[in-house]
Design a binder for this molecule. Structure first.
Ligand code: GLY
Length: 370
């Protein structure tokens, strides 16, 4: 049971394989890419403890030997010190220009190792084996790599496309429900931004998917990756359409910053709340019907997800402070706030002319609901 989604980027084209048993069979998938049967694998300690032995055995089955580095799990790893450690470790492993590096983990490992691969010997190939739902449907596909700095998230990085992505949906079974649902925030985003039928399908099948239905998971991850691949093919370096993938993210980044990028709000949870707020803003601007934001919230509620600022524990700053945090988002162009708005479910577009007063009123009302 597996699907293949091609990402057609000319000489940087690659496949995303989605299915069960891909980790056990990684050797057969990766072997044709190798000039010598050696691989450097970078993972985190949590994923390593759960899944590395299966990957090692799957690679050894075709004679591929690995060396591995297991970094601490968590966002703090996506930083200069661990980039240095990763690059130096890869050099110690004598990784050459024609070798392949494997990123085995969630979004943090994928972004960090992708960036390390981009700068190592001016660019070596890498394979993404994403182990979180968020990484499978979003960060492992499309070639955005990088680290966070004291000045903000993802401010240092490079576009560096992987050479293969193996999204094994079996590993999703080891995720905590909260992490699974956070990743689901990005799945819903695809329906909301460009595929109303997919959103309708998620309304019907999302709960079964969350309970573990593999066929539903396969379909949801595949459709999400298809949509992402299509957008990346048309706009690899985010000159235009790719910005649609940031639906909900301007609100999300302000909320993540206000909660200190902590356990109070996971990125995917912020995306879900941000999508609901983006639809509310769109409705207030007269762009979409009253029903649209209610329908978004109803689905997130039915999934048992965070839907509003009221669901974020602890104190939040006032609306003006949240708005100021949005101004620090890297999606600010010429000092103007860029939002992804929607004319309806599945009809998102980029807007550069959103009146700050209206954003403020959406935030004030959301804070009043707390
Ligand atoms: N995660 C947004 C993008 O890949 O463009």
């Amino acid at each position: 049971m597996s699907n293949i989604v091609p990402v057609n980027l000319g000489e940087r084209a690659y496949e995303v394989r989605i299915g069960s048993g891909l980790i056990e069979n990684a050797g057969a998938a990766i072997l044709p890419m190798l000039r010598r049967k050696k691989l450097a694998v970078v993972t985190d300690q949590t994923v390593g403890a759960l899944h590395l032995e299966r990957l090692r055995a799957g690679l050894a089955a075709v004679g591929i030997e690995i060396s591995y580095l297991a970094l601490p799990a968590g966002e703090g790893t996506k930083s200069w010190p661990y980039l240095t450690q990763t690059v130096e470790w890869l050099l110690e492993q004598k990784v050459e220009r024609k070798d392949v590096v494997v990123a085995f983990g969630g979004g943090v490992i994928g972004d960090l190792v992708g960036f390390a691969a981009a700068v190592l010997r001016r660019g070596v190939r890498f394979v993404q084996i994403p182990t979180s739902l968020l990484a499978q449907v979003d960060s492992s596909v499309g070639g955005k790599t990088g680290i966070n700095t004291a000045q903000g998230k993802n401010l240092v990085g490079a576009f560096h496309q992987p050479s293969l992505v193996l999204a094994d949906i079996g590993v999703l079974e080891t995720l905590k429900p909260r992490d699974f649902l956070a990743g689901y925030g990005e799945v819903v985003k695809y329906g909301l931004l460009g595929d109303p039928l997919f959103f309708e399908w998620l309304e019907a099948e999302g709960p079964a998917m969350a309970r573990g239905d593999r066929a539903a998971r396969l379909k949801a991850v595949t459709r999400s990756v298809e949509m992402k691949a299509g957008i990346v093919e048309r706009d690899e370096t985010e000159e235009g359409e790719r910005a649609l993938l940031n639906l909900g993210h301007t609100f999300c980044h302000a909320l993540e910053s206000a909660t200190g990028y902590s356990d109070r709000l996971l990125h995917g949870e912020g995306v879900a709340i941000g999508c609901a707020l983006a639809f509310e803003l769109s409705q207030r601007m007269g762009l979409c019907a009253q029903e649209a934001p209610s329908r978004v919230r109803a689905h997130l509620n039915a999934m048992g997800m965070k839907t509003d600022l009221a669901d974020i524990p602890g104190d939040l700053p006032d609306a003006a402070a949240l708005l100021a945090l949005m101004g620090q988002d890297k999606k600010v162009v010429d000092g103007r706030l860029r939002f992804i708005l929607a004319r309806g479910i599945g009809e998102a577009f980029v807007a550069d002319d959103v009146p700050p007063a209206l954003v403020l009123s959406v935030l004030e009302d959301a804070l009043a609901r707390r």
